[in-house]
Design a protein. Sequence first.
Length: 92
Amino acid sequence: AGCAADATKAVLENRVQYALALIRPPGHHATPSSMMGFCIFNNACVAVSLALARGIQRVLIFDWDAHHGNGTQDIYASDQRVLFVSLHRYDE
């Protein structure tokens, strides 16, 4: 989660123009009250919460993974400032 926060801070403070945090596991299954799917911290949500707290008005989270990012969806489901898109496979 520190990597995501550091990357976000670097962009918000204009130290870099772009940042990419390559983090495993991504954390998209972690909810505020529980870990699941090997995810302890929700890295994207740490970064987004930091950005929102520093005045960013809207954020898009694009989660491209084999599995649905249920934790990320749960965290921001009622927050109109965050659009969460999960692109994942569908198994029948």
